[in-house]
Design a protein around this ligand. Structure first.
Ligand code: ZN
Length: 1023
C-alpha cells in the first residue's frame, strides 16, 4: 500500500498542539483582577492576603526582577456550567523556559489555605469538580517576578542576579486570567495521542508502529476540529486497542518517583527557595489528593524546615501526605550538599541533622542518600553513607561527563576503606524526567545492567527551580504502566526499587560484578573547586571552628559542669550545612547568594568564637597566667591536642635569614634550608636530614601563574582543558623586603600585574618544615585563572590528596581518557607528591583545587648523562574571574595561606595539614587544662581524633570520633579523662549498633584496632 509515516505523525502533532491541547480550556470567561505590587522583599501570606488592591487589566506589564505582586481574582461560575468541572487558567506572561526559571505563583483561597501553584507548564487552578452556576470564585496569587537568568541567552553576563543591581522595569505581561470548563475527555485524548506519538517515534518500522499510526489516523478522522469536546470520546475509542496492548514480559521497568529538584539557592536567593518549596509542595499535595498511586519524593530536611517555619498551611498538607505514604522524605541529609569539599565532620552532620529532622517530624529515617545533582562524589562517601545507616546511594550527575561514559547504572560503589554501597544512576540521564517516549527508550537502551537487573529509577517532574510533577505526567504514567513497545512505568518508593535491585544484583554475583572503586569524578564543573573563594574560605573556617567549639564545650561541661550549648551548636551547624549546598559552596550561584553567604559565614564565625571563648574561660578560670590552647587534633607548640598549657617559649633555635649577593635570600632552621631568588621565588628547599631538594633543578617554585580562562559554557562551573595553553608567569617583583622577628624569618614580596596586585609574606618558623606563604591579592581580572606552581624534584607516580577521613591517590600520568579528564582535582588540607623515602607536601587553609603535571627531561645533563629526571609539578588553584552568573565573582581583596612542607610522608602531611589551619590560641587565665580526650596511636600511627562532643540526643553522653588516617591497620587507645561508666561503638549519627559494646577501663581507656581509613564513633556514658 502507499504509505507515508510522516504524513500521519505530522498531522497528529499539529492537531495535538494547535487544536486538542487548546480545547482543554476552550470555554472560558475572564475573571476580575486586582493587584498590589511589592517591589522589595516578600511579606508573610496573612499580610499579603490583607493588602489593599487596585484594579488591574490583564495584558498590563507587571513585576520587576525579584518583586512580588499579589493578585486577587474574582468572578462567578456561569449558570450553564452547572455540574461541569471548572478551573481557573492563569498565564502570568510565561515564556518557553522551564518552570522555576521565571515567574511563578502560589494560589491561596481567601481563608489563607493554599490550592496549588502555577508555572508555565502548570497553569490551572481547580475551582470545582462539579460547579454550581452563580458560585462565587475568589483566588489570591502571590506572584514572584523572578528574572530569567538562564534560558534565552546562555551564560550571558547579567546584572539581574542581585536586587542591588537589577533593573526596576516590569518583566512580564499577563495573557490570561480566566475561569474555564475543564474538558476532561479532551485532556485524556491529548495524553492518549501524545503517548502514542512519542512511543511510535522510538519504534522500528514494524507492525506495532504501523498499527499505532493507523489508530492515530482513525482517531483524527473522527475528531471534528470545530467540535473537539463533543467528538473526543469517539476519537479516543479509535485508540483503545493500541493503548490496551500489553508490554513485552521483559520490558524495562521504570520506578517512577515524583520529583522537583529545588536548588536551595542558585539563580535565586535562599528567600526565594523558601517560596519555591512552598509552591511546589502545594501542587504536589494537590496532585496526591487527585491520584491514587502517585508518590512524590523530596530531599533536604532544610526545605521541610522552611515550610514548617514560613508556610504552616502548606506544612500541614505535607505532614498528612507523608503519613499516607504518598509524600516521601528522601536522602536523609540537611541539604543536597556538595560532597567533595565539606569536611568529614560536616558530612556526618549533613546526615545527622537530616535524619534527626525526619525522625522528629515524621518518625521515619531515610534509607538512602539522594544526590542527583552534586558535582562529583568523594571516595570517602561509601563508608560514611553506610556507617550513617543508609543502604543506598542515588545520583545521575556523572552522565554529564565530558569524555568518558560511566560503565554502570546499578552497581556497588566502593570507597577508600572498602565499604560498598548499592548505587544507581538513572539511565535516562536526567533528574527532570517528563516520562517522554524518548526518555523511556533511552532508559531501555542505555541501561548497562540489563543482563541481570529489571529496571531503573525515573525522577519525574520539572526541577532545578522546582515545579514538580504535573497531571500530564501522572496521566502518561497511567498509560505507560503496561504498554506494548514501551518500558513499563509504575510509581514507587525508591526503597522498593533498591530492594529489588539488590536482590537482582546479588542473585547474579559473578566475578565481573558491577563495582566502581574510588571517587565518582565529574568530568565537568571542575572550576567549582575554586570559584567564589570567600564562600569556600568561610566554609573551611567555620566547619573547623564548630568542631573546636564542640570540643571545648564538651570539656567545659565535663570539667566545670558548664551547660553544653546544644541549641546554639545545632543552629550554627545548620547554617554551615545550608551553605554547603551544591550551588553555594561550589560558587555557582548569583551574586546575591554569595553576598549573603559571606555575611552568614561571618555571623557563624562570631557564634562559634563566642562558644569557644566562653568554654575556655570556664576551663582556665580567673588569673593572669599566659596560656596556650591547642585546637588541633595533634600536639603543637608544646600543648597536647585539645588541651591548654602554659605558653612556653619555643625550644627550637630561631630561623636565620641571609641575604645573597644577587639579591636573593636564604631562610633556614634546623630542618630545612630555603633559597629565594631576587624576585622572591623559591629556587631551592632542602631537607637537611636527607639532603634532598624539593625544587626541581633549575626551576622556581611558588611562582604565580595567570591563565586566560573562558570556558565554552558554564562560566563559574567549568574550566576547559585548553586554559593551559596560554599562561603568564608573574615573575616581576615590585618590592622585596626581609626581616627576622621572634625567630621567624620573613621575606615579603609585592607584585603588580594587569589591573591587580598582590603581596606574598613568606615565612619560615623555628622548628618547622613548612615554608608558609600568606598571600593577599587585590584581584581585578576578567576571565582569568590564578595558580601557584611548585615544580618538585620528585618522581611521583601518584599524588595523594586529603579527603574526608583519609586521603586518596591519583596517578600523575594521562595514559587513559579517564586520567586525562582529571586535569583539575580536589583536595582538603594537603596534597603530597612522594617517592619512597622523600615526599613534598602542600598544605592550605582554604584551597580545594589543584592540578598535577609531569615532565621528563632527558637532556643529557640532569641528573646525569642519559638519566631521565622526572619533575612533578603541583599547582594550587587560587582565584578565578568568571562573569556568569555573578559578574563580579571574586573581585577585590582576597587572602590565602598555603605552605610548602619539605620532607614528609602521609602521616606528617596529615599532621601538617591539621595544624596549619588550627593555630594555638593565646589566652590568660588561672590554670592549664588537661585534654578531655586523648588518642594514642600505636607503632606507625594512624589513629586520629576527629570529634569530641556531647551526644545529639542530649543525654549527656560523650561522643568521640576517631579515624585511621594513613590507609593502614592501626591500633591505639582513646582515653577519656573524666568519670565514665561504659562505652560502645555507635553509628556515625550516634545510633546504637548491634555488637557495639566495648570494654572501657576504670581510667576511661578504650583499646582500638582500626581498619585502613576506618571511621569509628564511640559513645561514653558519663558516671
Ligand atoms: Zn541542583
Amino acid at each position: 500500500m502507499h504509505d507515508d509515516i510522516t504524513l500521519t505523525t505530522g498531522r497528529a502533532q499539529r492537531v495535538l498542539t494547535e487544536r486538542i491541547w487548546p480545547a482543554v480550556h476552550a470555554t472560558s470567561v475572564p475573571l476580575d483582577v486586582e493587584r498590589h505590587a511589592l517591589p522589595g522583599e516578600p511579606i508573610p501570606p496573612r499580610e499579603g492576603l490583607a493588602l489593599a488592591m487596585e484594579p488591574y487589566e490583564v495584558g498590563t506589564p507587571w513585576g520587576p526582577a525579584w518583586g512580588t505582586t499579589w493578585f486577587r481574582l474574582t468572578g462567578s461560575v456561569p449558570a450553564e456550567w452547572t455540574g461541569r468541572p471548572v478551573e481557573a487558567v492563569i498565564d502570568l506572561g510565561f515564556d518557553t523556559n522551564m518552570p522555576g526559571f521565571q515567574a511563578e505563583a502560589l494560589v491561596y483561597r481567601p481563608d489563607g489555605t493554599t490550592v496549588k501553584s502555577i508555572n508555565p507548564r502548570n497553569q490551572y487552578v481547580p475551582v470545582a469538580d462539579a460547579a454550581s452556576g452563580g458560585e462565587r470564585v475568589e483566588l489570591l496569587l502571590e506572584a514572584a517576578s523572578n528574572p530569567v537568568l538562564l534560558g534565552h541567552d546562555l551564560f550571558k553576563q547579567t546584572q539581574e542576579g542581585d536586587t542591588t543591581t537589577s533593573s526596576p522595569r516590569p518583566l512580564y505581561t499577563t495573557r490570561r486570567m480566566d475561569l474555564a470548563i475543564f474538558e476532561a475527555e479532551v485532556h485524556d485524548l491529548a495524553l492518549d495521542v501524545e503517548v502514542l506519538l512519542e512511543l511510535q517515534a522510538e519504534l522500528p518500522t514494524g507492525p506495532r508502529r504501523m498499527r499505532i499510526l493507523q489508530a492515530l489516523d482513525d482517531a483524527l478522522d473522527v475528531l471534528d476540529l470545530q467540535r473537539i469536546p463533543q467528538t473526543a470520546a469517539a476519537a479516543r475509542a479509535a485508540l483503545t486497542d493500541v493503548l490496551a496492548s500489553p508490554a513485552e514480559p521483559s520490558a524495562h521497568e521504570i520506578s517512577a518517583v515524583g520529583h522537583a529538584h529545588i536548588d536551595s539557592a542558585w539563580l535565586w536567593p535562599v528567600r526565594e527557595t523558601i517560596r519555591k518549596v512552598a509552591r511546589t509542595t502545594s501542587s504536589m499535595a494537590d496532585l496526591i489528593d487527585r491520584t491514587d498511586d502517585f508518590v512524590y519524593g523530596m530531599s533536604s530536611a532544610q526545605q521541610y524546615a522552611w515550610v514548617k517555619e514560613h508556610r504552616p498551611e502548606v506544612w500541614t498538607r505535607i505532614k498528612d501526605a507523608v503519613a499516607k505514604g504518598r509524600f516521601l522524605p528522601l536522602g536523609g541529609m540537611w541539604v543536597e550538599s556538595d560532597t567533595v569539599m565539606p569536611s568529614g565532620e560536616a558530612l556526618v552532620r549533613q546526615f545527622s541533622q537530616g535524619q534527626r529532622f525526619f525522625e522528629r517530624e515524621f518518625g521515619i529515617r531515610s534509607k538512602g542518600v539522594w544526590l542527583p545533582d552534586s558535582f562529583g562524589y568523594s571516595p570517602a562517601l561509601p563508608q560514611l553513607v553506610r556507617r550513617a545507616g543508609f543502604d543506598w546511594f542515588f545520583t545521575q550527575k556523572i552522565s554529564w561527563n565530558q569524555v568518558n561514559v560511566f560503565p554502570h547504572h546499578t552497581f556497588w560503589w566502593e570507597g577508600i576503606d572498602g565499604s560498598r554501597v548499592l548505587t544507581h544512576f538513572p539511565p535516562m540521564d536526567t533528574y527532570n524526567s517528563q516520562l517522554s517516549g524518548e526518555e523511556l527508550a533511552k532508559a531501555t537502551h542505555q541501561f548497562r545492567e540489563s543482563r541481570r537487573a529489571s529496571g531503573s529509577i525515573a525522577p519525574v517532574g520539572f526541577g532545578d527551580g522546582g515545579g514538580g510533577t504535573t497531571r500530564e505526567m501522572t496521566g502518561k504514567a497511567e498509560r505507560l504502566a503496561d504498554l506494548e513497545g514501551s518500558a513499563k512505568v509504575r510509581w514507587e518508593h525508591p526503597d522498593a526499587f533498591f530492594e529489588r535491585a539488590r536482590e537482582e544484583l546479588t542473585a547474579h554475583a559473578t566475578s565481573d560484578s558491577a563495582v566502581w572503586v574510588g571517587e565518582l569524578y565529574l568530568e565537568l564543573h571542575r572550576a567549582t573547586l575554586t570559584s567564589q573563594h570567600k564562600t569556600k574560605q568561610g566554609n573551611r573556617r567555620n566547619e573547623q571552628l564548630l568542631v573546636e567549639a564542640e570540643a571545648w564545650a564538651a570539656t567545659a561541661s565535663a570539667r566545670t559542669g558548664a551547660d553544653y550549648p546544644y541549641d546554639e551548636l545545632d543552629a550554627l551547624w545548620q547554617q554551615v550545612l545550608l551553605l554547603q549546598f551544591h550551588d553555594i559552596l561550589p560558587g555557582t550561584s548569583v551574586a546575591w547568594v554569595h553576598r549573603e553567604a559571606m555575611a552568614q559565614h561571618a555571623v557563624i564565625t562570631e557564634g562559634a568564637q563566642a562558644i569557644i571563648e566562653r568554654s575556655l574561660r570556664a576551663l582556665v578560670g580567673e588569673g593572669d597566667t599566659a596560656l596556650r590552647a591547642n585546637p588541633a587534633v595533634f600536639a603543637q607548640a608544646g600543648v597536647p591536642a585539645l588541651g591548654v598549657a602554659l605558653a612556653a617559649e619555643p625550644t627550637s633555635a630561631p630561623s636565620t635569614l641571609t641575604e645573597l649577593p644577587d639579591g636573593g635570600y636564604v631562610l633556614a632552621n634546623e630542618l630545612v634550608r630555603v633559597t629565594l631568588d631576587a624576585a622572591g621565588h623559591v629556587t631551592s628547599a632542602v631537607d637537611l636530614s636527607s639532603g634532598r631538594d624539593a625544587v626541581a633543578p633549575g626551576r622556581a617554585a611558588n611562582v604565580l601563574q595567570l591563565h586566560q580562562d573562558f570556558p565554552n559554557k558554564w562560566d563559574a562551573w567549568d574550566v576547559d582543558r585548553f586554559y593551559r595553553n596560554s599562561v603568564t608567569d608573574l615573575r616581576e617583583a615590585e618590592k622585596v623586603t626581609a626581616t627576622v622577628e621572634d625567630g621567624v624569618a620573613t621575606v615579603t614580596v609585592r607584585r603588580q600585574f594587569s589591573a591587580s596586585s598582590l603581596e606574598q609574606v613568606i615565612t619560615l618558623a623555628p622548628g618547622s618544615r613548612t615554608l608558609e606563604v600568606a598571600l593577599r591579592t587585590d584581584w581585578h581580572e576578567a576571565e582569568k585563572f590564578l595558580k601557584v606552581a611548585f615544580p618538585l624534584d620528585v618522581r611521583a607516580e601518584h599524588v595523594a590528596a586529603e579527603t574526608q577521613f583519609g586521603f586518596h591517590k591519583r596517578v600523575t600520568h594521562t595514559n587513559t581518557s579517564w586520567e586525562a579528564a582529571k586535569f583539575e582535582t580536589s583536595m582538603h588540607k594537603w596534597v603530597l607528591a612522594e617517592e619512597p623515602g622523600f615526599g613534598v607536601g602542600l598544605v592550605n587553609d582554604s584551597i580545594y583545587g589543584y592540578d598535577v603535571t609531569r615532565e621528563v627531561s632527558d637532556d643529557g645533563v640532569a641528573p646525569a648523562p642519559g638519566v631521565p629526571a622526572v619533575t612533578t609539578t603541583v599547582r594550587l588553584s587560587l582565584l578565578r574571574a568568571p562573569r556568569f552568573p555573578d559578574p563580579e565573582t571574586d573581585q577585590g581583596s582576597q587572602t590565602h595561606r598555603y605552605g610548602l612542607v619539605v620532607g614528609v610522608d602521609t602521616a606528617a602531611a596529615t599532621e601538617a595539614g591539621a595544624t596549619f589551619g588550627a593555630r594555638p590560641r593565646e589566652l590568660r587565665g588561672g590554670t592549664g587544662v588537661e585534654p578531655l580526650v586523648t588518642v594514642n596511636s600505636g607503632v606507625g600511627g594512624g589513629v586520629t581524633l576527629s570529634a569530641v562532643k556531647l551526644a545529639d540526643d542530649r543525654s549527656g553522653d560523650l561522643v568521640v570520633r576517631v579515624y585511621e588516617a594513613l590507609g593502614r591497620r592501626a591500633s591505639g587507645t582513646v582515653t577519656v579523662a573524666a568519670p565514665v561508666s561504659g562505652a560502645r561503638t555507635v553509628s556515625l549519627i550516634e545510633d546504637s549498633i548491634a555488637g557495639g559494646e566495648v570494654d572501657v577501663t576504670a581510667d576511661g581507656v578504650v583499646a582500638l584496632d582500626l581498619a585502613p581509613f576506618e571511621v569509628r564513633t564511640l559513645r561514653f556514658a558519663r558516671a
